[in-house]
Design a protein around this ligand. Structure first.
Ligand SMILES: [Zn+2]
Length: 473
């Protein structure tokens, strides 16, 4: 298996234990250069690195299985191949964002241009998907940074032409584009301000979809959110928010999803049936936070709502990582899914929420022979998939504090909010299976501890400097 060398590949063989020795050696070397400089020696210029050879990937065979399923499989927000194009300036992705400090420094027009670039790249993602027989995708909620912010928010009018172009392409090719606003978009909060923010965020997502001219199938999925120590009361508030505060066009696209901490599918079904709001059934969440009703029955009832509304049913699929034992480990999504659920209806859309994104879809295509696969688009799976939820927790907590919350974390499928007793919510770190920019690239993940450390430092430095995250140095 050949790997694409990462930016720190020269230090590949340096184990962490030798790190300090290595640094001392390098420091010594630097000091020797000093006096020579003073004597007027021409400073050495770095030799340009020879161009990297095209990596050759060895794709292991998959175990073939059979299914009668013929629906679409989709992935969320980020395409690992396009995101990891080299040089970094050629990377294609839709989650360029920034911090509030950057808005203050560069102005909102600068931020809006990030949005325009994100939308332009969405067009390329859809084209890639079409070539690769993937006709279902979740759009990044980070598409327009801070567009739904109470202070810095803006209308998407300025990007109308680009949004229309995306919608035209998706409609022409028959691609389904959905959204999944972040875990801070909560309609059941006891705090009016939180609900107001949620309404604004849903309205922003809806504006984006409406401007694309996408049909009913382009839904916006949210979780129930916190229960605030009284689930029935919180459900009643969700109902009130939906019926009294959501504009009709926004309500038309709303879909609820069971989560693994607060609301099981069974908790949400009665409300969904009463308000005629479709329910997305997440197999993984149901495994952690099960209903007393069997998945097949939940899906039958959930799909009945979709059908009544004239919307193509969709559900979510992911698997825990191998060996997961603790709740935190179980919540993390595996790199890929190895099987389709047994009782899957033949025709509905299935969003595959896996770390390997489009690779996870292609993996299932190969296992079940669902669609033709372009071999050059395949990347090998990680050799050793760990059960650990490797930490971006601190980054996330920091993100919450610094106000980049919804934008930076919004494609996370898992609701990371839990009640902390007094009606406030606390974000709990889970592993990032998100469309945000730091997802591990498939095929380039065998990092040394030192590389990983260096990468973490780089990411946090980027944040410190308020540089838009995805631009790589
Ligand atoms: Zn889900």
């Amino acid at each position: 298996m050949v790997e694409e060398p990462g930016p720190e590949s020269e230090s590949d063989s340096t184990p962490l234990e030798n790190d300090s020795t290595d640094k001392r050696k390098r420091k010594g070397k630097t000091r020797k250069v000093g006096p020579a400089d003073e004597e007027g020696a021409v400073p050495k210029t770095r030799k340009p690195r020879p161009p990297k050879p095209e990596p050759v990937y060895v794709i292991p065979d998959v175990e073939k299985k059979e299914t009668t399923f013929k629906g679409r499989l989709g992935y969320a927000c980020l395409n690992t191949i396009l995101r990891n194009k080299k040089p970094a300036s050629e990377a294609i992705f839709c989650s360029r964002t920034c911090r509030i400090d950057t808005i203050k420094k560069n102005g909102i027009e600068w931020v809006k241009e990030l949005g325009r670039q994100n939308v332009k790249d969405l067009l390329k993602l859809i084209e890639w998907n079409e070539e690769n027989n993937i006709r279902f995708m979740r759009m990044s909620s980070e598409m327009f940074p801070f567009a739904s912010h109470p202070k810095y928010g803006y209308t998407l009018e300025y990007c109308a032409a680009e949004l229309e172009a995306v919608g035209d392409l998706a409609n022409r090719l028959g691609h389904r584009l959905t959204t999944h606003p972040g875990q801070f978009t909560q309609l059941g909060s006891p705090k009016d301000e939180v609900i107001a923010n949620a309404v604004r965020d849903l309205t922003y997502h809806c504006e984006m979809i409406d401007r694309m001219g996408l049909g009913k199938d382009s839904v916006m999925i949210i979780h129930g959110g916190g229960t605030y120590g009284d689930k029935p009361a919180a459900l009643a508030r969700i109902k009130k928010s939906v019926t009294e505060r959501l504009p009709q066009n926004v309500r038309n696209r709303l879909v609820l999803e069971n989560d693994e901490m607060c609301y099981s599918a069974e908790d949400l079904l009665p409300l969904c049936e009463e308000l005629n709001i479709p329910l997305v059934f997440d197999y993984h969440h149901d495994w952690i936070n099960p209903s007393s009703i069997a998945p097949a029955e939940i899906i039958r009832r959930a799909n009945a709502i979709f059908e009544r509304r004239g919307i193509k049913p969709k559900q979510h699929l992911s698997e825990p990582r191998p060996g997961a034992e603790t709740v935190m480990e179980k919540r993390a999504h595996a790199d890929r899914c190895q099987k389709l659920p047994d009782d899957l209806p033949d025709d509905m859309d299935l969003m595959v929420e896996a770390k390997d994104k489009e690779q996870a879809v292609l993996h299932l295509y190969r296992i079940y022979g669902l669609r033709p696969v372009i071999h050059a688009s395949l990347r090998p799976p990680a050799e050793h998939e760990t059960k650990e939820t490797k930490g971006r927790k601190s980054l996330k907590k920091k993100a919450v504090k610094t106000g980049i919350i919804a934008d930076d974390l919004s494609d996370e499928d898992s609701p990371v909010t839990v009640d902390v007793g007094n009606g406030t919510l606390s974000a709990v770190g889970v592993d990032g299976d998100s469309g945000a920019s730091e997802s591990a690239p498939a095929g380039s993940r065998k990092k040394t501890r030192r590389q990983a450390k260096s990468e973490r430092t780089r990411i946090s430095r980027k944040r410190e400097k308020s540089v838009p995250l995805p631009v790589e140095g």
